[in-house]
Design a binder for this molecule. Structure first.
Ligand code: NDP
Length: 250
């Protein structure tokens, strides 16, 4: 999909080195955004940033752990230094530990909640402060179908994603007067480094839950991404769009 709707905007994508985040960073570059890619591995984000330059936009690779406030602030400082503003934030960095609750270690619970929830808070807070000041911005938090569906062995993950849907509403309400719209995208299964092992073992079980009987792809996210990043969503805030082949319809 090619589109000039976002030409010249500055977008920041956390977890942009692989999987869904990489797909969204590439799409934002293709849509004309100057794009900042963040993950903990500088070599990997640099590689995505270099690819995105091929779309004729400027890109920036930043290494940071989204669970560390000082590292998050350092990214925002680098972005302001280079671009002077942030128009679009995609808070996508996430992880999962798949274990029954009775076996889940405290540190595993903390890791999932810290990455998927505290990370969205810290990055949203640091970028939100910039957007409130500039009186414009679009924030897109990446939730999941698991944010509203209970799933065995996903106790921490489901809890974190349900909380992301709620946090999205609160961010939306607190920043509504500053012309900052905050929404979420909740995908169903997409094959990525996070999910490939589980999908290879349980493909049929997963597909049985999807009325369209297929996995999602990174490209399936583009429509919601473009809507929520652009002026076409200016009267939308606090919403979660499910991109799930009908999974949550029943
Ligand atoms: P991947 O594991 O493929 O990618 C995760 C990305 O997040 C990587 O770039 C990783 O880089 C980064 N990341 C992880 N932890 C941190 C951290 N503490 N600080 C900074 N970056 C971090 O996952 P997916 O692409 O599958 O998932 C992306 C998002 O989409 C997640 O929020 C996930 O919960 C959600 N989602 C995924 C679905 C799926 O089926 N794949 C379905 C629904 C939602 P690095 O480890 O190098 O830091």
């Amino acid at each position: 999909m090619h589109c000039d709707l976002l030409k010249g905007k500055v977008a920041l994508v956390t977890g942009g080195s692989k999987g869904i985040g990489k797909g969204m960073a590439q799409s934002l570059g293709r849509f004309g955004c100057n794009t900042v890619i963040v993950s903990r591995n500088l070599d990997e984000v640099q590689q995505v940033a270099d690819e995105i330059k091929g779309f004729g936009v400027t890109s920036l690779a930043c290494a940071a752990d989204v669970t560390k406030k000082s590292q998050v602030q350092n990214v925002v400082d680098q972005v302001l230094n280079k671009f002077g503003r942030v128009d679009i934030l995609v808070s996508n960095a996430g992880m999962n530990v798949r274990k029954p609750l009775l076996d889940l270690e405290e540190n595993e619970w903390d890791k999932v909640i810290n990455t998927n929830l505290k990370g969205v808070f810290l990055v949203g807070q640091a970028v939100g402060a910039v957007m409130v000041k500039q009186k414009s911005g679009k924030i897109i938090n990446i939730a999941s179908v698991a944010g509203i569906k209970g799933r065995p062995s996903l106790g921490a993950y489901c809890s974190s994603k349900g909380a992301v849907i709620q946090l999205t509403k609160v961010m939306a309400l607190e920043w509504v007067d500053a012309n900052v719209q905050v929404n979420a995208i909740a995908p169903s299964y997409i094959e990525t480094p996070m999910t490939k092992d589980f999908i290879s073992k349980k493909r049929d079980v997963i597909l049985n839950r999807v009325p369209m009987r297929r996995l999602g792809t990174e490209r399936d996210i583009d429509g919601a991404l473009l809507l929520l990043s652009s002026h076409y969503s200016d009267f939308m805030t606090g919403q979660t769009i499910f991109v799930d082949g009908g999974s949550t319809a029943s």
